[in-house]
Design a binder for this molecule. Structure first.
Ligand code: GAP
Length: 459
């Protein structure tokens, strides 16, 4: 009876937070929400799963598409950046030239007792003695470190011999370097210009984990910016600033982001300088994106190994040179995880994802207060109007409060309730996910109302 009363009293019955909003503390809370609501499932779960591979469900696939769309638009809306989509399998010489065959390895140690494997460089020596297993009860001894190449190998064609070995690309960048002249000439670009790409990459990581943080199959969003030698340091600074701003513009909190400069011991074999954008996860500060000054290393190596010139000719000053490259590289899955971790809030009663609307799988949910024909008819029509512009959903089951909660948990910014007043005067209640504030607005102004709120989001 009580619920019935509150339903009939309309959608405007106000809600109160149970307590101050809390951030995500335990990754398990996010993993269980992700599974329950269809963001991500363990790959091949019915077979017991396969380690460090995840499948995105309906909401995860939508969120991932939004992440990729925003990144792609940011890059390719600029007149100086072109997009490409290169093959995952490349000529094996590419990986010799890039340095991955010789150098893309981590030092691996095994525990002689429990057989667990670790990256030698990631064992916390403030807690464990050198050579001591960090996970087994008997403190087993570890083997000497061996270099373990992280590339997945397979064979191309019917013969499984050494001549047929190909690799699943461990980064998308190389597909850009080998196409540098194809793109520059076909798109008639002049240096400085960039090439952007989104695609799968594969690494046989020794210590994957933390949900989708480090997986063996993942997607990268990489942009390589080709510049005249001598201007690279300037461009490096410009890209550092542009990339951190991108994360801020998508609502990631400033105090959870920082730069980390790679010291000489940390620099990758290709890098002249490198900065990571790090995020403060519940498990500590970790890399979110890398910005690298790769000098002329990559184009120089591909020239050497292919025997083909990869030079740019500047018509205006009649000068020929191998461009330097400034790279920005962010994991799509890594950013998706950051967006969920950063958005997660709970107040003891309610859990909501404070996602930026550009990322939210649904932008608006439409609820008929009750399953009565006159309300359903209005709400169906409103839903069909709104969804022409915004990805929308409906929910007719349970009390209005429960319906709000269900959408809060998946980050839908607005809920719209159709009640009897709607039928008589054409107004609806719009309820805001983050503040739980409610307003009454004309139903025919709903689309423009949302448009205005999205345009001014966070301002
Ligand atoms: N092309 C340069 C490059 O690949 P990286 O620092 O090895 O640089 C760039 O990777 C980004 O790719 C990382 O900052 C991270 O966001 C993502 N990434 C790398 N390895 C990953 C993994 N195993 N799982 C998920 N994301 C990964």
């Amino acid at each position: 009876m009580k619920e019935q009363e509150s339903e009939n009293s309309g959608a405007q019955a106000s809600e109160k937070p149970a307590g101050p909003p809390q951030d995500l503390k335990d990754m398990n809370d996010l993993v269980s929400l992700a599974k329950r609501r269809g963001f991500a499932f363990q790959s091949s779960e019915v077979y017991g799963g396969i380690n460090a591979c995840w499948d995105y469900g309906p909401l995860g696939a939508e969120l991932k598409r939004n992440v990729k769309d925003v990144w792609w638009r940011t890059m390719t809306d600029r007149m100086d950046i072109e997009g490409i989509d290169a093959a995952i399998l490349m000529h094996p010489k590419v990986w010799e030239a890039s340095g991955h065959v010789a150098g893309f390895s981590d030092p691996l140690v095994d525990c002689k007792n429990c057989k667990a494997r670790f990256r030698a460089d990631k064992i916390d020596l403030t807690q464990f003695k050198p050579g001591q297993c960090p996970s087994c009860e008997k403190f087993g001894t570890l083997t000497e470190p061996r270099n373990f190449n992280l590339m997945f190998k397979t064979h191309m064609g019917p013969l499984e011999d050494s001549a047929s070995i190909v690799y699943l690309r461990p980064e998308t960048a190389q597909g850009i370097y080998v196409n540098f002249l194809n793109v520059q000439q076909s798109a008639r670009q002049k240096v400085p210009f960039g090439i952007a790409q989104i695609g799968k990459a594969f690494r046989n990581e020794i210590t994957p984990g933390n949900f989708i943080f480090r997986t063996r199959e993942f997607e990268q969003m990489e942009m390589q910016y080709f510049v005249k030698p001598g201007t690279d340091e300037d461009w490096f600074e410009k890209w550092k600033a542009a990339r951190i701003q991108w994360h801020l513009d998508l609502g990631i909190r400033k105090d959870k982001l920082r730069f980390h400069a790679h010291g000489p011991g940390e620099l990758a074999h290709y890098a002249k300088a490198a900065f990571d954008i790090e995020y403060l996860f519940p498990f500590g500060w970790q890399e979110l994106e890398g910005i690298h000054n790769r000098s002329d290393f990559d184009l120089g190596q591909h020239q050497k190994f292919s025997g083909k010139k990869l030079e740019y000719f500047d018509e205006t000053v009649k000068e020929r040179y191998v461009p330097y490259i400034v790279e920005t590289s962010v994991g799509c899955d890594r950013f998706l995880l950051v967006s969920l971790v950063d958005a997660y809030r709970s107040d003891g009663d309610r859990v909501w994802l404070q996602l930026h609307p550009k990322l939210s799988p649904y932008k608006v949910a439409i609820y008929p207060l009750m399953k009565k024909p006159e309300l359903m008819e209005f709400s169906d029509k409103l839903f069909n109007d709104v969804r022409k512009k915004y990805r929308a959903t409906t929910d007719e089951a349970g009390s209005i409060g429960k319906r709000y909660r269900r959408q809060d948990e998946i980050g839908t910014p607005f809920g719209v309730t159709v009640d009897y007043d709607t039928v008589s005067n054409g107004t609806v209640t719009i309820r805001h996910r983050d503040s739980m504030a409610q307003e009454r607005i004309p139903a025919d102004k709903l689309v423009s109302y949302i448009e205005d709120k999205f345009e001014n989001w966070g301002k």
